[in-house]
Design a protein around this ligand. Sequence first.
Ligand SMILES: Cc1cc2nc3c(=O)[nH]c(=O)nc-3n(C[C@H](O)[C@H](O)[C@H](O)COP(=O)(O)OP(=O)(O)OC[C@H]3O[C@@H](n4cnc5c(N)ncnc54)[C@H](O)[C@@H]3O)c2cc1C
Length: 439
Amino acid sequence: MQTGAQTSIKTNVKTSVKTAKRKVVIIGGGPAGLMAAETVSQAISSDAMQLTVQTDVQVDVYDAMPSVGRKFLLAGKGGMNLTHSEPSDAFLARYGDRQQYLAGMLASFGAAELRVWAEALGVTTFIGSSGRVFPTDMKAAPLLRAWLHRLRTAGVGFHMRHRWLGWDGDALRFSTPEGEQTIQADAVVLALGGGSWARLGSDGAWVAPLQQRGIDVAPLQPANCGFDVGWSEHFRQRFAGQALITVVAHFAQDDGTPLARQGQFVMTEGGVEGSLIYALSALLRKRIASQGKAVMYLDLAPGKSAERIMQEVMHPRGSRSLSSHLQSKVGLDPLKIGLLRECLTAEQFQQPAALAAAIKALPLTLHAARPIDEAISSAGGVMFDALNDKLMLQNLPGVFCAGEMLDWEAPTGGYLLTACFASGRQAGLGVLDCLAKFT
Ligand SMILES: Cc1cc2nc3c(=O)[nH]c(=O)nc-3n(C[C@H](O)[C@H](O)[C@H](O)COP(=O)(O)OP(=O)(O)OC[C@H]3O[C@@H](n4cnc5c(N)ncnc54)[C@H](O)[C@@H]3O)c2cc1C
């Protein structure tokens, strides 16, 4: 990412801005695009920004879908996790090796600012027991409704069923119900989302037109996703859909550093998914890519030491079956016992030392990430080296990118939305800078 002065906007763009009302086009009406639209439109109507150039600017949002914010609304279905309350250092670390690129924008619009912003829309938030931040009513719809109302009041135009196809020269090409249209703009924000849940609009089709313009895009990959294990038919029939509660997953990172995460996850028809798996998904995906599989070790009885487990397994069980012994003495539920049977040989399961060791470190081998369309989010996207610090494409002056389509990933916990909002705002500020240079 360029950190010095911005590349200047193209000459033909410059002349058009002098002669007509300037047009800012935002493509993609998810959280990132809407935040970019808000940042530009608020500056227009606010003296506080003291941006004299903004008096004659029209902001328009274009989206391929019949309505905006569909993934945002889906995110609200299971309880909208807007952001996280942990200290900013820990928060930033969630973005892994992309944190350097996001640090600035999250410092100016991070978790605290996001909560204040939501409050101003009439949406109070609270911190849950995990530190995650939710709207008090847990929903996304009231927030989106209030936000769209504010944007419309500020003069932002909305153009639905407009699918961006790429460029024709400098003009933007859209497929619309009335046929293909081309639109000229003085500044453009692309906020087209990642590559998961295509039916909600973000299908990753933007990759090709950007690559054709010489923009470096890292391949889109599933993030916060499930993984295939390949259960036996017996295990699948008995346990698919059940949650494995309170286990610790141990995983050796590439440099050998051990990682341990406590949590829970769900057995699927063919593997595993859920918050603990999502938290490790970037590491698991990379390990599978490099070694063809990823093995994590599950502690099925985190509260008990290996010695104690050994004693309990060895304890005489009389006429009780081994399963009911493990249930009553070790406290393992049927799913944990089923997992032991699934992952151990019959001999290992009957052998006390091997069984006790497996209760504390059961190897679970993952063979493949689930397809990207099923993932909560995607990794990969427009590489930061292709952008300047205002998120403007170096190769395409006047064109900005924001949100999940940028090359970062983060676990669930509110980190995804927070970075989408922050980068949308950053791109909006970049647009304002860009327009100011060509008053
Ligand atoms: C089930 C689920 C639950 C989630 N829960 C949470 C959560 O609780 N907390 C959290 O932080 N994150 C959550 N997320 C992730 C979060 O919703 C996304 O990271 C976020 O919506 C991405 O925002 P965005 O603006 O970058 O892209 P999107 O929200 O994907 O919006 C992109 C927009 O661009 C439009 N578009 C795409 N291509 C074109 C085109 N060619 N032409 C025109 N328009 C186009 C799409 O129609 C869409 O409206 C969840 C995701 C899912 C799937």
